[in-house]
Design a protein. Structure first.
Ligand code: NAP
Length: 250
């Protein structure tokens, strides 16, 4: 029996990277996990297989986010597999590393559609499915609180908006005992950061130097923080911004 036995969790963008790490951890803790993905069905099936191999239970649902009707389509697919949920982790997101002088309106709209609009409408349409006492975790970024990478301004703005969403939603859902928090990773070794970390000979060392702990984070480093917030131990933490940057903001 794990601490999440009997609970159902949905992790968006769980086919790869941080989302996969979170899905595997929640699966190990006993939750039945909906492994959401956008396009990479093979990778999502690998996440499901890894959860099952560890003795857990999971299913994959594929829906492109950032397009009109995405949230309703995702819930329709989810409802085919499960009857309500206890934990929603809004993790799916994309980067945008073009400076303000180069970014186009389409680039801007796209990053806001995936990183802000999709989580917002997933909650709007998912609140009735979320059971009392549930948990919402929005995956933010340390870049919402530091300007060390100003070329990522549009991306950082999406995470700032997501943090405001976490804060205000905690008041909306608090009466039902549902907590809502942002978890902000620093630089984590995923496909998203492959160019930053491996694109130049000193990329890894420069990234590691941001952290007070002198390293680059792993998906498991973030998943462990999420696991605490969604467990019973996290019941009195809501509306908060949890720094999971390995001390990159100090
Ligand atoms: P990643 O390795 O690129 O994985 C992204 C995941 O999101 C994949 O499962 C992908 O699905 C899904 N996804 C992306 N766009 C989608 C779309 N339009 N519709 C549906 N699914 C979509 O990313 P990551 O590095 O793990 O990042 C995960 C989250 O952490 C993001 O919100 C990111 O902003 C945040 N974050 C990351 C870092 C970091 O250093 N890596 C730091 C701070 C915050 P497919 O596999 O099907 O494409």
């Amino acid at each position: 029996m794990g601490v999440l036995t009997g609970r159902t969790a949905l992790v968006t963008g769980a086919s790869r990277g941080i989302g996969r790490g979170i899905a595997e951890r929640l699966g190990r803790d006993g939750a039945r996990v909906a492994v959401h993905y956008g396009r990479n069905e093979t990778a999502a099936k690998e996440t499901v297989a890894a959860i099952e191999a560890a003795g857990g239970s999971a299913f994959a649902i594929g829906v492109e986010l950032g397009v009109p009707g995405d949230a309703e389509a995702l819930w329709e697919e989810f409802d085919r597999h499960a009857d309500g949920l206890d934990i929603l982790v809004n993790n799916a997101g994309i980067g945008s590393a073009r400076p303000i002088g180069e970014i186009t309106e389409d680039d801007f709209d796209r990053v806001f559609a995936v990183n802000v609009k999709a989580p917002f409408f997933l909650l709007k349409h998912g609140m009735t499915r979320l059971r009392d006492g549930g948990r919402v975790v929005n995956i933010s970024s340390g870049l919402a609180r530091t300007a060390v990478m100003p070329d990522n301004v549009a991306y950082a703005m999406t995470k700032g908006a997501l943090d405001v969403f976490s804060r205000d939603l905690s008041k909306v859902l608090g009466a039902r005992g549902i907590t809502v928090n942002s978890v902000a990773p620093g630089i984590i070794d995923t496909d998203n950061t492959a160019e930053l970390l491996h694109g130049s000979p000193d990329g890894w060392a420069r990234a590691a130097a941001y952290s007070a702990l002198g390293g680059v984070g792993t998906p498991a480093d973030v998943a462990d923080v999420v696991a605490f917030l969604v467990s019973d131990g996290g019941r009195w933490v809501t509306g908060s911004w949890v720094d999971a940057t390995g001390g990159s903001l100090t």
